[in-house]
Ligand binder design. Structure first.
Ligand SMILES: [Ca+2]
Ligand SMILES: [Ca+2]
Length: 554
């Protein structure tokens, strides 16, 4: 009985969905556009022009040649006419800026440029170059809204659309969501597992204590753990100036939350504060100084560039104990032995990982010159017609560049309940190709983390595999509360840019000086606080707070 009832219910639902009702107060203006949910999205074929920052590896964007273009045209009935802007992003942005300020005719659709910068998008909207999508959201976003409702954060009560809302209340960009799991947890560090074994230590599964951490560093310093006969060539802990390589940020997380951005912002119960005012910040720097004084961190760890850093890690005879960096892709033959170190506990048991919210992107816009805006929006929506399309825009043509995996395949993120979904046959990323638009797409929502769910072949010398291991070691230490996004007005952005940069420079320089003992943090703590206040930190914080509350308001 129950079964037949559910079948009837499912039939009723299917019928209801087949004839979608438009939300109250909205009627399609364009007689050529089909009802939301219908494919193709137009009755008679139309042509829309699309302006894009050209990708030099994309050999052709044209219908019949580029797989993604061909798929979309066959699906929607919309032919795309390509307007290719310079391949250098800044040149493309400048060209578009001049066109907008000159009131020139624009392509119907704009994709990319610097349109994901909220202040830029708002300025173009205010100038009348972009049309607001407000009326289409909740009415024409048939497949998109279904996909968006499945994003875990939405279930937790986050409205993702407001992350693309301009200060005038308008939405000038289509929401697309494309993210990779490792980027949520990019504050990584890598430990030489052979050195751990050489010291007779065992790598803890979960957050090692600070005692364990220091014992390892001292062990690397005092012993010939790489077995080359020289007990003094090892470097216990190192970082650099490349991506997520700030060794002090990484160490301080044993005491207080560091967001790795130049703002140093923290959040508690919706109230923002700056890490550099916290007792934990001071204690963390004192701990860093003790490591430095013991010879466990070399002074170049604060200044060397990425090339020098990876050259150290990738050396033929490994000599680095722990390397702090977001990426391990250039570790070469040493990649397999450099394991992600779990979050280290501070002396009071404080343990937190860096967490970087992967927000939707709003860089796909419809311009004032588009005569078929409803059709354009429906094309954005149609990218969610088939779930697997999200894979096309990054991984290329199904059956050629990748294939769906057999059920139960070992995936990179198995431990996180995300079994393998597809297998890459050939990489079409960063190489000449005609499979996709090099990561640009119009409105797809990857609600199921498909993009990260490729199968793993058991090869340990795989950057993605190492990243997956690093994610698994951090997910349990995600901060309870984090700053999702702050949208600034053009004025706020401009008025505070110098203050923000000056404070960041001063704080970062002071951190290195406190850690290396050039300045004494106990003696100078109060003057350090006064100096930052004198630069305007409290006024800046008040502005950040107001902008954050405005961004997150319903
Ligand atoms: Ca040594
Ligand atoms: Ca040695």
């Amino acid at each position: 009985m129950k079964k037949s009832l559910s079948v009837i219910l499912a039939l009723c639902l299917a019928l209801m969905m087949a004839v979608p009702a438009l939300a109250d107060g909205y009627t399609l203006q364009d007689p050529n556009v089909t009802a939301p949910g219908e494919i193709p999205v137009v009755k008679e074929k139309i042509t829309l022009s699309i302006g894009i920052t050209q990708d030099s590896n994309t050999l052709s964007y044209e219908y019949g040649e580029n797989y993604m273009t061909t798929y979309l045209e066959d699906l929607t009935g919309i032919h795309l006419e390509w307007v290719l802007y310079p391949a250098t992003g800044s040149d493309a942005n400048s060209k578009l800026r001049l066109q907008v300020s000159g009131g020139e005719e624009l392509p119907d659709i704009l994709e990319g440029f610097d349109l994901d910068t909220d202040s830029v998008r708002e300025a173009y909207g205010q100038a009348g170059a972009l049309i607001p999508l407000n009326d289409y959201i909740g009415t024409l976003d048939y497949y998109h809204s279904q996909a968006l409702a499945k994003v875990p954060e939405v279930i937790e009560g986050q409205d993702m659309w407001k992350l693309g809302r301009s200060l005038d209340g308008n939405y000038y960009g289509m929401l697309r969501l494309y993210r990779t799991l490792p980027n949520f947890y990019s504050a990584r560090a890598w430990i030489n597992r052979d050195f751990v074994a050489a010291l007779g230590m065992e790598m803890p599964e979960e957050a090692p204590t600070q005692e364990w951490f220091v014992e390892f560093l001292r062990g690397v310093r005092d012993n010939d753990v790489n077995g080359n006969g020289d007990p003094n060539d090892e470097v216990p802990l190192v970082g650099g100036t490349g991506w997520q390589q700030n060794v002090l940020y990484w160490i301080l997380k044993q005491y207080t939350y560091m967001n790795y951005a130049d703002s140093f912002l923290q959040i508690e119960d919706g109230k923002l504060s700056n890490a550099y005012t916290k007792e934990g910040f001071k204690e963390g720097l004192k701990f860093a100084r003790s490591l430095y004084e013991e010879g466990l961190i070399p002074d170049y760890a604060f200044t060397q560039d990425n090339a020098s850093y990876v050259a150290m890690i990738a050396a033929e005879t490994p000599f680095v104990g722990i390397g702090v960096s977001g990426s391990c892709s250039a570790f070469g033959a040493n990649m397999p032995i450099m394991d992600p170190i779990p979050v280290v506990q501070g002396p009071d048991g404080y343990a937190v990982c860096g967490y970087f919210s992967q927000n939707p992107n709003f860089e796909q816009c419809i311009t004032k010159d588009c005569e078929h805006p409803e059709a354009a929006f429906r094309m954005f929506d149609a990218e969610n017609y088939e779930k697997d399309f999200i894979l096309v825009q990054r991984w290329g043509e199904p059956g050629v560049d990748w294939v769906l995996a057999e059920e139960g395949s070992r995936g990179m993120y198995d431990e996180m309940g995300l079994p393998g979904y597809f297998t890459v046959l050939q990489s079409v990323w960063g190489v000449p190709q005609k499979s996709h638009w090099a990561g640009k797409f119009l409105g797809g929502v990857d609600y199921d983390n498909l993009n990260s769910r490729f199968t793993w072949d058991g090869n340990e010398a795989n950057n993605e595999y190492k990243n997956a291991l690093a994610v698994a070691k951090q997910v349990n230490y995600k901060p309870d509360e984090y700053i999702v996004k702050i949208i600034y007005s053009v004025e706020e952005q401009e008025d505070w840019a110098n203050t923000r940069a000056a404070i960041a420079t001063y704080v970062k320089q002071s951190m290195a000086e406190f850690a290396t003992g050039v300045r004494d943090i106990d003696a100078e703590w109060d003057s350090f606080q006064e100096a930052i206040k004198g630069m305007g930190s409290e006024e800046l914080l008040a502005m950040d707070q107001a902008a954050y509350e405005r961004t997150m308001a319903d």
